[in-house]
Design a protein around this ligand. Structure first.
Ligand code: ISE
Length: 337
């Protein structure tokens, strides 16, 4: 039987997920598209052939004709809607971040622990990106030797108007926090955050530069520049004792024009991570069908860890101090073999 999905949030990511589920993946259909704007919901529903639209997310999650939920509404709704899906006993693929508050992530974790199983797959899709998968393999198969450092650059063309300085840390950087932790198989112990004196730190999307320390003695640095002007650009290099590996973004064309050889950047993250989103969503459908949580996907505990790093990062930015990162005890439900 085809899995009937509810898409909650019909913005950039909601519409992209609706397109992937309805067009790229067999065995699923979009049943309802829900958005605070009925008009936006209708436009996405029409594009993906959804049966119905709604403006009420809680009612949508509870519907008998909805088997699983995709949450892509504003960040602050992610945890409450994930909790509603858990209460309804429905698997949920929730866009990152799970919450900007570690405490709220623990509410989700406690709800899953109380039910004795996982419901929430978190949309840290880079774990499914072939270049990060290969990077992780270069570490686990011994090619690189022990990991020592990882460099990460995350650049957007222009920050949205509502982006505060903190959102570089709470909205953009969680991808980096999660994927570096995933690749290294380590946890963070401390964070320091810097801002270049050459720009106004209060400006929308002001850049931040972070240095994280791990419990395996590695250093991870992260540049977030949401006003990079030239394109969406994610770079990463993992340095081991025997060498290093550098991410290569998929490039399909090289332009030779006007005495110049050039490769183009995408305007945002969707083309760069198209395959990662597709593989992530396919893994989610398998999870819904079998109840078996995808081995590499991020779960609520991973969301909690990213939120704790972001909280410490916000404090480090405000105080200028190096901040220790403390986490609660990891419940057995989230131990990976
Ligand atoms: C967005 O939510 C993302 O996931 C992008 O990867 C990131 O570049 C952007 O800053 C976020 O707002």
């Amino acid at each position: 039987m085809s899995i009937r999905l509810a898409i909650i949030g019909a913005g950039i990511m909601g519409s992209d997920h609706a397109r992937i589920f309805s067009g790229d993946l067999p065995g699923a259909s979009v049943q309802v598209v829900c958005d605070a704007s009925g008009e936006r919901a209708r436009a996405v529903a029409e594009a993906c052939g959804a049966a119905d639209v709604s403006t009420d997310p809680l009612e949508t999650i509870a519907r008998g004709d909805v088997d699983a939920v995709l949450v892509a509404s504003p960040d602050e709704t992610h945890a409450p809607l994930s909790l509603a899906a858990i209460r309804a006993g429905k698997p949920v693929l929730c866009e990152k971040p799970l919450s900007q508050s570690g405490r709220e992530c623990l509410d989700v974790i406690e709800a899953e622990v109380a039910r004795g199983r996982q419901f929430v797959q978190l949309g840290f899709m880079r774990r499914f990106d072939p270049s990060y998968t290969e990077m992780k393999a270069a570490l686990s198969d011994g090619t690189l030797g022990r990991a020592i450092m990882m460099h990460n650059f995350h650049r957007n063309v222009e920050a949205p108007a509502n982006f505060t300085g903190q959102m570089a840390i709470t909205n953009s950087a969680p991808h980096e926090f999660d994927v570096a932790r995933f690749v290294l198989g380590a946890d963070y112990t401390a964070i320091s955050v810097f801002q270049p004196g050459a720009v106004d730190g209060a400006q929308t999307g002001a850049p931040v530069f972070m240095v994280l320390e791990t419990d395996r003695g590695q250093l991870v640095n992260i540049e977030i520049n949401n006003n990079a002007a030239y394109g969406y650009d994610v770079r990463g290099e993992l340095i081991g004792e025997k060498g290093s590996v550098f991410l290569n973004a998929p490039i399909h064309l090289r332009y030779n024009i006007a005495l110049t050889a050039a490769e183009r950047y995408a305007p945002d993250w969707r083309p760069r991570f198209a395959e990662a989103y597709r593989l992530q969503n396919r893994a989610f459908l398998h999870f819904v069908r079998t109840g078996s949580f995808p081995a590499i996907a991020a779960h609520a505990w991973d969301g909690y860890c990213a939120a704790r790093v972001a909280e410490a990062g916000v404090e480090a930015l405000a105080t200028g101090a190096r901040v220790d990162i403390a986490v609660a005890e990891r419940p057995a439900l989230y131990q990976r073999s």
